[in-house]
Ligand binder design. Sequence first.
Ligand code: MGD
Ligand code: MGD
Ligand code: SF4
Ligand code: MO
Length: 766
Amino acid sequence: MQKRTNAQPPVKFTGIKSKEVESTAAGIKAVTSAVKHVMDEMGLPRAVKALNAMNQKDGFDCSGCAWPDPDGHRSGLGEYCENGAKAIAEEATTKKVDPAFFAKHSVEEIGSWSDYRIGKSGRVTQPMMVKQGETHYSPISWTEAFKLIGKELNQLASPNEAVFYTSGRTSNEAAYMYQLFARQFGTNNLPDCSNMCHESSGAGLSQTVGIGKGSVTLEDFEHAELVLVIGQNPGTNHPRMLSALEDTKKNGGKIISINPLKEAGLMNFKHPQKPKHILGKGVQLTDLFLQVRINGDVALLKAFMKLLLEAEAKMPGTILDQEFISNKTLGFEELRTDLNNYAFDELVEQSGIPEAQVREAAQMLIERKKIIICWAMGLTQHKNGVHNIREVVNLLLMKGSIGKKGAGTCPVRGHSNVQGDRTMGIWEKPKPQFLNNLQREFDFAPPHAHGFDVVEAIEAMHANTAKVFIGMGGNFISATPDTEITAEALRNCSLTVHVSTKLNRSHVVHGKTALILPCITRSEKDVQKTGTQFVTVEDSMGVVHASEGKLKPLSNQLLSEPAIVARMAQSTLMPDASTDWAGFETNYDLVRDKIEATIPGFKDFNTRVRLPGGFYLPNNSRVGDFTPTPTGKANFTINKPSEVKLKEGEFAMMTIRTHDQFNTTIYGLHDRYRGIYNERRVILMNAKDIAQQGLKANDVVDIICEDDGHKRVAEKFIVYPYDIPVGCSATYFPEANVLVSLKNKAEISNTPASKLIVVRVEKSTE
Ligand SMILES: Nc1nc2c(c(=O)[nH]1)N[C@H]1C(S)=C(S)[C@@H](COP(=O)(O)OP(=O)(O)OC[C@H]3O[C@@H](n4cnc5c(=O)[nH]c(N)nc54)[C@H](O)[C@@H]3O)O[C@H]1N2
Ligand SMILES: Nc1nc2c(c(=O)[nH]1)N[C@H]1C(S)=C(S)[C@@H](COP(=O)(O)OP(=O)(O)OC[C@H]3O[C@@H](n4cnc5c(=O)[nH]c(N)nc54)[C@H](O)[C@@H]3O)O[C@H]1N2
Ligand code: SF4
Ligand SMILES: [Mo]
């Protein structure tokens, strides 16, 4: 058994309760839940101010997910959802983690708390440091902290011994400055949360349609005849997407959901801001629910495509968009030939879905021309994650459903600015053109060798070839796979630095010296020498807009993220006339001018971003231009179905989010829509599997994964019978991350395959 190292949340049961699974998302319970969270964290006046400004054109961007705001009218009642309200409650909390808190609680003690308790402790109020041999964090001045960072970085044998991680909440301005700093220092080691998230989408889409972003806009949902939602739980993770799906339904469109779980939000929706909805029955969203086996999607999509080809053969020229295929694409014949290698019955069997339902769905595809496909982690976090995405593109290309109104790709992004951070150059594999632009504008020679992504960064720190870790937001230890290995990796470092808002586990699983640098949040006012600043973000549909905080910062010792980057850079790099770090800190317009000079699509940035609602970035696939692909056309591709074969007693386990968390930030201990209360250490299993294993509901099991010959154990999970396909199971992230081997990752994108871990369960002995 592993020893406990504080890298994982402790096993402490809190008295599980179950209620019926809910079939409707939002509604009055969402409103009451939101109000409770907001009131508990910040009290009435701050809450009213915060909620009134959130997602308004002159306010700040919700720090929840990346779902876009409507282009036109915004509701006076507020443009946010239950989870947006929870996100603001969590970040605008008035609870403080100050020096007295750190004097009272040792690093060791904080590590023994649950993630929920750690997060609920509150906001860090001033810079803190802990050194090897010390048991507690103590205050350090900003000046000393920056000096230390400069010294440690400059002591490294090579700039490639430093890792600059980014989480997707960072603004465009901070992200741009951060990547510039890393590159001027001399490395492309810029891993980010996207490596664990939509990297497979970026890789799959770039190759096939010439841009790593989705093609649809919000308006397209009003025109779509059919929307497929695959591997995504929007009711919890992108709640306002349900309004877009409602628009599709209002205009006669249909919705197919493909998921191992019948997620509440996919089935029925009561708009929390429409009184008629709240009191009435709500709107049924999904027309056809396909309960796919975990990683059965490529098989299912191939089955669809075979049926489409069959129908086209019967009525040539009516089902597929032949004109689009011949003018705009390459590789269709190869795909058609490859599909002959698969027997329809076997594909259906592999998908786990009854044949009649597969045929019904295919019929809906056959009869419609304007199709949107939405997806998230259920497709990307698989060994064949890139194949999943490319197979989605194959289907859309066959129907000519990219680059026209009411149709296209919709990878639904996670963090509120994860897409923007990538646009700003947070990427370990930068394009040469971008580096050349930096070289021209800032007069330095950027490194061209690719840097580390998340998995490679962990491996390098573990092997002691990377020694300084800097995290611009995020919670690296809890978000990453292979928790115990990652903990060793971080502890090997000579210095770990976290730019953070709230206390998290990464602060207590640290390097020989560790710093916490506290920053202001999105919702707080950012006043610099030249006046109040705003920042900018990019949503999931490529709209760039301003975000200006309104609340008073919780402590007068906080700095903004741009200020922190500027000062790190000044204390590390030689003074250099072509980069005005001090100017960047005092006036973010100067950063935006540089963004405009080096990144396409940002012409007149400072002017256009001041227009209410912002502006769309150019998107070739949105307008049906596929020339940026390697072949100059949209590419059909040959993709692999799942290769996982389960042995007797083995299960495919996915790690998913509850309704009460934002990634590693735990808002509460319930998963309301799934009817699970008070407990996060649960494993959802099919009742037949539970019986077959000689188990019963509420038994406590250890979950074991041995897929690379190394035994990983997640201790003590409660068996919870659930409507999930036989052979499949689910646990929550991050409790189960210890089971995800660093080697269990997607081909091409290197994304940890956290949606398919091969496990067995054993009754817990203690
Ligand atoms: N409230 C809230 N909002 C969030 C977040 C949060 O934690 N809380 N996180 C944000 C971030 S960073 C992200 S990336 C997104 C994540 O948003 P989602 O991707 O919706 O999040 P997950 O909980 O990982 O859920 C994945 C869904 O895929 C399904 N699934 C798993 N495996 C498969 C499969 O093999 N095939 C199919 N078809 N389905 C599968 C699961 O049953 C689940 O419904 O949400 C963002 N928004
Ligand atoms: N097993 C498993 N693992 C997963 C996933 C999964 O589905 N299953 N999902 C993956 C995905 S999709 C993602 S995106 C990653 C998420 O990985 P991360 O982005 O690293 O994790 P978060 O939990 O979002 O980070 C939360 C922390 O960010 C800090 N923070 C919050 N707001 C701000 C801010 O405005 N500025 C700064 N500087 N800091 C801030 C707070 O201190 C908070 O504790 O996890 C991945 N890990
Ligand atoms: S849908 Fe996402 S961005 Fe919109 S209010 Fe909800 S959490 Fe915030
Ligand atoms: Mo994500």
